[in-house]
Design a protein around this ligand. Structure first.
Ligand SMILES: Nc1ncnc2c1ncn2[C@@H]1O[C@H](COP(=O)(O)OP(=O)(O)OP(=O)(O)O)[C@@H](O)[C@H]1O
Length: 363
């Protein structure tokens, strides 16, 4: 692996009784698109604020190109931030908004002009220099905010939910645009969102966070296909999660039946959870199915039917089907061994014991 541009080593952030971050450890490589993903209050913004220099870690080490930066002032870091509300100056035009930081640093006028025009071109706003901020759409304002950040030629760009104010269509377009911009500039992006679809669409690597901790780090495909625990499986995409037990390597038991799977290395009899994604389930005749369910409701989504059903044990099963089913009808569900993803319970022993107790109580 190339030398990381940023590292967090055992970083904690405490506010009185609140532990906003607990033992955060990660490395960011040069030129990659990273996303911090997690529900509100899990600590995403706190990580950005520590990196930008707006707040200090209570404990631990933060490095930039191998040098500790915990106490380096914000304006001396080659790290810039794009905020959720853009924080543009309404009384300045587009050019002056983008030029603001360079003017403060007394950059020569000729350089300012060249760099501002280049930055505006990168975000496809060439020709908008004289426009007032109030004369721009939400998406255009968003791009001015990005231009203002990249004009400083940062090595790392931090983006705190920059698309949240945009409508769904523009948001999707901007996701593609931001991804392309990151590739063109070749700098490291650290993007914050609580929208899992956005994270999957844009990132090289995702950090899934909960409660001040990073639960899992990986590529979008790894995180989607191999979620480490219930929280990640549930937070990313849609999933059917049921309790079961490992029988042996490549053999798992759930809903009272034994199935072949592609997971190994978990001790026999250990309680586990299995994930089956709705798009991997195929509706078929009861005789051909591996599971039998009764259809409760179905919703037409244009490209698929979302079918909600239940099995004899009361587990709910969400199926994405091409054809519609009949509500109240018994149908079979077919899936392949590799569609079953086995997860161990929790991470800590206490969590494991608590779940085990609950599991045995349910038997
Ligand atoms: N200045 C502060 N004083 C006290 N507690 C704080 C402060 N800033 C953040 N926190 C707490 O730290 C935790 C993490 O907050 P943070 O803003 O990093 O979460 P987040 O994941 O970015 O949330 P959101 O998606 O809602 O922006 C929360 O419990 C929050 O209430």
């Amino acid at each position: 692996m190339a030398e990381p541009i940023i590292t967090f080593q055992h970083v904690y952030k405490r506010y009185d009784d609140t532990v906003a971050l607990g033992d955060i450890d990660f490395e960011l490589e040069q030129g990659k698109f990273y996303t911090l993903l997690g529900p509100s209050g899990c600590g995403k913004t706190t990580i950005l604020r520590i990196l930008a220099g707006f707040t200090e870690a209570s404990e631990g080490k933060v490095t930039f190109k191998g040098q500790q930066i915990n106490r380096v002032p914000a304006n001396q870091r080659q790290i810039n931030t794009v905020f959720q509300d853009y924080a543009l100056f309404p009384h300045l035009n587009v050019f002056d908004n983008v030029a603001f930081g360079l003017t403060l640093k007394r950059t020569p006028k000729k350089d300012i002009k060249r760099r501002v025009l280049e930055a505006l071109k990168s975000v496809r706003l060439a020709g908008y220099e004289d426009r007032e901020i109030s004369e721009l759409s939400g998406g255009q304002q968003q791009r001015v905010a990005i231009a203002r950040a990249i004009v400083n030629e940062p090595q790392v760009l931090l983006l705190d939910e920059p698309l949240s104010a945009l409508d769904a269509k523009l948001r999707t377009a901007m996701q593609v645009e931001l991804r392309q911009l990151q590739r063109r500039l070749g700098i490291t992006f650290l993007f914050v969102t609580h929208d899992q679809g956005e994270a999957l669409a844009m990132s090289d690597e995702i950090f899934v966070m909960s409660d001040g901790k990073i639960l899992q780090q990986g590529s979008p495909v790894d995180i989607y296909d191999e979620p480490i625990n219930h929280f990640v499986a549930d937070f990313i995409g849609e999933s059917n999660i049921v309790k079961g037990r490992m029988v042996a390597d490549y053999q798992v038991q759930f809903v009272g039946k034994q199935f072949e799977c592609s997971d190994a290395g978990i001790p026999a009899h250990e309680p586990i959870e299995v994930v089956l994604r709705p798009e991997d389930l195929v509706l078929t005749d009861v005789a051909k199915g591996k599971l039998t369910v009764v259809v409760d409701t179905q919703v037409f989504r244009g490209n698929l039917y979302e079918i909600l059903s239940h099995d004899a044990d009361g587990n709910q099963w969400l199926i994405h089907a091409v054809h519609k089913a009949k509500v109240g009808q018994e149908v079979g569900i077919y899936f392949e061994p590799e569609d079953i993803h086995v997860m161990r319970f929790g991470e800590s022993e206490e969590e494991f014991d608590a779940r085990l107790e609950q599991y045995e109580g349910d038997d």
